[in-house]
Design a protein around this ligand. Sequence first.
Ligand code: ATP
Length: 284
Amino acid sequence: MARTQDHEREQDRITDEDGVAIDSALVGENLELSYPTSEEPIVDCARLDIPEEAVTALVGPNGSGKSTLLKALSNHLEPETGTVRIHGDDLDSFSQKALARELGVLSQENNSLGSISVEDLVYHGRYPHRGFFDSVSETDREAVERALELAGIEHLRNAELGQLSGGQKQLAWIAMVLAQDTDVLLLDEPTTFLDVHHQFRVLETIRQLNEEKGVTVAVILHDISQAARFADYLIAMRDGELYDWGPPEEIVTEQLLADVFGVEATVRYDPELQVLPKRALPDR
Ligand SMILES: Nc1ncnc2c1ncn2[C@@H]1O[C@H](COP(=O)(O)OP(=O)(O)OP(=O)(O)O)[C@@H](O)[C@H]1O
């Protein structure tokens, strides 16, 4: 069933059904993931690829293991078995700070930093690029300004994080991750709490970073039709397993909606409904 089973694979490279090779920024292999309290593995995945310089959306019902998988990809959860590589190197071979220069992560469990302004939070995103005794550089300042601007929250820079709305807080955390200025972004439900304007703005920013800087993005999205319109690739999870992956127009079928989400729905692709910019896929 799963397309992944059909693909021939080389090291950190996947080959689509037409034999076109796609490089992977992140690769998970033989992953069994669980928490100390879980009796059985929460996620069991033979192989997972996040294609380089593309936007991949992880979709699936509540509890299907999307966040757990993202935690393993970002080294926030030690796999029971298996490995994760980023650009060919084992995640274990990185110090926390070195990994933070490669990988920006928006998790659902944002650490409380106590009483802190939005601007100070966004400056935290620069820590992987700074030595312990370094003062703030011009590059840091520019990265923070750009991140505040991309998230559309320059006007909130002096606001206290704890006094913001859920959506404003989310934008502040997103700005912090953007200030990290990494080639790979892992984003766990970045559009949660956001009104439709800000949802679009965040998704457009992701697309812009992907198009202009070649940033690789893996993002958990709950709205399957938004994900299908937005992402280059989808990974559909069901019961802790990878059900299917591929370009949305190939994998989002009535069968998938029934099998993965348990809904009977009609799938219709209408280019006129294309509300978000989507990069042209490479020739396949
Ligand atoms: N910290 C934890 N300790 C124990 N079990 C957990 C923990 N976090 C998640 N789980 C369990 O792991 C399973 C998968 O959860 P996960 O958060 O990965 O799913 P998800 O697909 O991201 O769901 P959602 O869409 O609701 O965010 C769930 O059954 C959940 O109860």
